[in-house]
Design a protein around this ligand. Structure first.
Ligand SMILES: [Zn+2]
Ligand SMILES: [Zn+2]
Length: 225
């Protein structure tokens, strides 16, 4: 499914907002894992070095090979004219990392969105509730969010097994119609025994009706303002 670049930009803004909403704005340049603060990224790097990971060793701030290691982590070649920012905070800021990584290819909204999906994957934000845009580390924890006992009331049949009830609830949540062939209505079809692929963050953010996505994001983000 191809989307226009202004659509990609809007979808990027929503996803970037979800990171801010979850207070995750600092990224390890080596493994693209997003954490809450620059000092948490430093702790993470220290931990990886202790485990013997060479990719993180050079990233310890102000180590003699910091500049080279940072460039390598971002994916720049040796000759690329990149001088990392002065502070560790700026070096690990999610926007810095996205800007640098996307500029290796071409600074397009599509590549920026792609990088953000990668960061989400690496940061235990692989699944998302299409109604509330809460992010989850697994399909199981998303299902716990849907559980009426844990306060979920409007989730309807989203938690249903593959069925027509599920299709209706899912299309309603996403604001789109999906051809039957693409929905896991028949549990006997290999690979269609679980509805989990339809709640992967990339699938949902890319396919949800854009107006609906913006509306849900506004509703979710409002209490922060
Ligand atoms: Zn790392
Ligand atoms: Zn929900």
């Amino acid at each position: 499914m191809s989307t226009s670049s202004s659509e990609d930009e809007d979808r990027f803004k929503v996803l970037r907002g979800l990171f801010a909403h979850r207070n995750r704005t600092s990224v390890c340049p080596a493994c693209l894992k997003c954490l809450s603060r620059p000092d948490k990224v430093k702790e993470h790097c220290d931990g990886e070095v202790k485990k013997g990971d060479a990719n993180h060793a050079g990233l310890l701030f102000r180590s003699p090979s910091f500049e080279t290691s940072y460039r390598e982590a971002i994916g720049y070649s040796d000759e690329a004219p990149l001088v990392p920012p002065e502070s560790w905070t700026a070096c690990t800021a999610i926007d810095t990392i996205i800007e640098y990584k996307s500029s290796i290819h071409a600074v397009s909204p599509a590549s920026k969105l792609e990088i953000l999906f990668q960061i989400a994957e690496n940061s235990a934000m692989s699944y998302i509730c299409p109604l509330h845009l809460t992010t989850h580390d697994s399909f199981q924890t998303l299902r716990q969010h849907w559980n009426p006992d844990s306060g979920g009331t409007s989730h309807g049949k989203l938690a249903a097994e593959p069925s027509y009830d599920f299709k209706i609830a899912y299309e309603e949540a996403m604001g789109i119609t999906i051809p039957e062939a693409y929905l896991p209505l028949d549990p006997s079809i290999p690979g269609r025994k679980s509805t989990s692929p339809y709640f992967e963050i990339e699938y949902v953010i890319r396919r949800m009706n854009l107006d609906k996505l913006r509306e849900r994001y506004d509703a979710m983000a409002r209490p922060l303002r």
